[in-house]
Design a protein around this ligand. Sequence first.
Ligand code: GLN
Length: 480
Amino acid sequence: MKLSDFSLAGLKNSLTSGETTSTELTRFYLDRIRQLEPKVNAFLHIDQKYALTKAESSKPSDSPLCGIPIAVKDVLMVEGMPATAGSKILKDYMPPFTATAVKKLEDAGMVIIGKTNTDEFAMGSSTENSAYGLTRNPWNLDRVPGGSSGGSAAAVAAGMVPVALGSDTGGSVRQPASYCGISGIKPTYGRVSRYGLSAYGSSLDSIGVLARSVEDIIPVFKTMVGKDPLDATSVKSPFTPRKLPNGASLKGIRIGVPEEYFVEGTQDEVESAVREAIQQLKELEAEIIPISLPHTEYAIPAYYILASAEASANLARFDGIRYTQRESASTLEEVYKKTRGKLFGEEVKRRIMLGTYALSAGYYDAFYGQAQKVRTLIRRDFEEAFLKVDAIATPVAPTTAFEIGSHGDDPLSMYLEDIFTLPANLAGIPSLALPVGFDDIAMPIGMQLMGAHFSEELLFDIGKFYQRETDWHKKKPKIV
Ligand code: GLN
């Protein structure tokens, strides 16, 4: 058994028993990063010194996370490490503070090993929009790892870290988890403080966890939740593990299967693997109920208007005056134009223009106002569904990981990949992605379980149950 086969609980046990130390563990993962990083490019910053100093001072404690390494997506601030958000405009930026979610993990003794690659400002579904080069999928180096948390997903899948943090505004934790054959949680909006997360679409943003199994996600998630005075939208929500009504099966759990998520355009193998997983839940005595979420088809236009509108306001702060990078110019206006024109990537500029247009006088009601109404309808679809079911099972994405460059000239075709993940963000509900099979070229397939607000504990229970009965989450890419 290799260290990289261990679960977080397994790592914790070997730390407690004295079989290994945090320093050994950290060196082990740093070595794997050294070996695999030239192929995968999952990291934007690897901080050996920071990690080893932290590991060496790690003292035995009751925390299940103490001494365990973790990687953090580069949109999250960690004092002492650069934070670029995958953008040239933040090159060399050293944040003077640490994100609350990260701080809580550090306080629990976790060892931050580095910052992972991301689409610029988390805008994308493939990690190809990073200004610092793309990340490759450890299952097939010619394919994308998904995005925007592609660096975190690839790092976990390749066993370079046991667990990593990502952010999810429209699917950026779940879709890369699915493409890389691992598990990922997008929490209820507000359950984890967003303080210290580079803001993209503030009403949609959430910080999530990626790990090989649901079991490994839980202690990390549990440590991050709660009200934070530094984020007014965060809410008090203690983690209260719940027990399934009948511990031996899923009896009493109602799982909804929405017809709108099994439509033409979905890869056959994706549909059949997800249907098979649902059948397995049924064999575990869950009740399977066909449902309808009729406004699903409007999620893409509504999301891309709202997320871009919010992004256009959030990204106004990168003006060449604040932060690190400035293009030289003779007037203030020229500083803005040159800095933003040169240092933002194509996709970010596209979103800023789209968002600014959607918010402009005369068009506001037709675009932004209309998208907000659609958002309400989507939220109501879920509210109604959760009167009848406890969780909703669907594919994470219509296809498995696509080839690098295949959506290159067509941003819209990339947006369409997000159809199944966007609704959870628009509704603010939690969603858990977990591996349920492979397609015929051995790329992983993911299923998502969406739940009502604050139902993460239930989703984890169902996911754990499924993973106890299956071993998709134990499969590893050959590269490992
Ligand atoms: N692919 C979506 C977008 O580009 C979602 C990204 C995310 O969740 N950060 O907006």
